[in-house]
Design a protein around this ligand. Structure first.
Ligand SMILES: Cc1ncc(COP(=O)(O)O)c(C=O)c1O
Length: 310
């Protein structure tokens, strides 16, 4: 990854606006006591109310790169409820970037969801395209005619996962080691596009096992993608990770009554807000199966990747 100055006006702006390092919070439960597990939540959801969680981690070096190149415009992709569109639009507003969002669904408009309304209010220019057209543009954005007028922009893929994303996520791993004073036995995170877990794997200590909870049905193709991203970042693959493929509750954005009940109970018990698409599925998987597999006396860190839009 390219080197970025720690003293640029942009990095100063970051430290003024964002709550970094994000807090790490221990949570308690009889289930953990029975096995003497120490369980922590890395509260990346508290980084900022509008640019939170893994979205900030993945955007950071994309924005620094753009800024260093003197480019003040970013173009990105997403659906009507995309956390990445939401966070990118907010980042544009706070850090003074022009933002362009290519949105999946030509039947939509800026009032179709609170996410799109928020993005438009932040100043993001929204372009609604059909699903087929979206797939075509997303696959090969830089040469697509729709993108030509925005040739001056930095293009960030859907979900924010690219070569710049992993470095930002890696900073979170460094924060965890510093906050605990040692590398944990387990780090657990949700998996969507695979960028977040790849950044964690790339930066983690060999002795830390990384568990990913895949929130998609049939997401097995992600394993290859994760290996590819890790290799690109550190020049080799690593085998200290495992993905759980059957914790998706029916598929992406699908919910089961058990998941909803679990989230209510978790929020009541721990006073931590979670959502059903990513963090809810991860915490559910931890309580229902992972915590039973983990050896006694382990230290576990669960990553709260945010995703709670105002
Ligand atoms: C809130 C939240 N958590 C987790 C993820 C999954 O992260 P990744 O796509 O990097 O696997 C996403 C999607 O990017 C997300 O929006």
């Amino acid at each position: 990854m390219r080197e970025f100055s720690a003293n640029s006006p942009f990095t100063k702006q970051i430290s003024q606006l964002l709550h970094l390092p994000s807090p790490i919070q221990q949570i308690y439960d009889e289930l953990f006591d029975a096995k003497a597990l120490k369980v922590f939540v890395k509260r990346d959801d508290l980084i900022h109310s509008e640019i939170s969680g893994n979205k900030w981690r993945k955007l950071k070096f994309n924005l620094l790169n753009a800024s260093q190149l003197g480019i003040k415009s970013i173009l990105t992709f997403g659906g009507a409820y995309s956390n990445h569109i939401y966070a990118s639009a907010a980042a544009g507003k706070y850090f003074d970037f022009e933002t362009i969002g290519v949105i999946r669904g030509d039947e939509l408009n800026e009032n179709s969801s609170s996410t799109l309304r928020f993005a438009a209010e932040c100043g993001m220019k929204l372009h609604f395209v059909s699903r087929e057209y979206y797939r075509e543009i997303r696959t090969n954005p830089s040469s697509h005619p729709l993108i030509h007028p925005f040739k001056h922009s930095i293009i960030i893929p859907e979900g924010g996962t690219n070569e710049f994303a992993l470095g930002g996520v890696g900073e979170m791993v460094e924060e965890i080691t510093e906050q605990l004073g040692f590398a944990p036995d387990y780090i657990i995170c949700p998996v969507g596009t695979g960028g977040t877990i790849s950044g964690i794997i790339a930066k983690s200590d060999e002795k830390t096992k990384i568990l990913g909870v895949c929130v998609l049905k049939n997401g097995h193709y992600l394993e290859q993608e994760i290996n590819h991203l890790v290799e690109h970042e550190i020049g080799k693959t690593k085998d200290n990770f495992e993905i759980l493929w059957n914790e998706h509750h029916g598929g992406y954005a699908k919910k089961t009554p058990e998941l909803i009940d679990f989230i209510k109970e978790f929020e009541r018990k721990h006073q931590i807000k979670i959502e059903p698409i990513y963090s809810g599925k991860m915490f559910y998987a931890f309580y229902e199966s992972i915590s039973k597999m983990i050896p006694p006396n382990s230290t576990v860190v669960l990553i709260h990747t945010g995703g709670i839009q105002n």
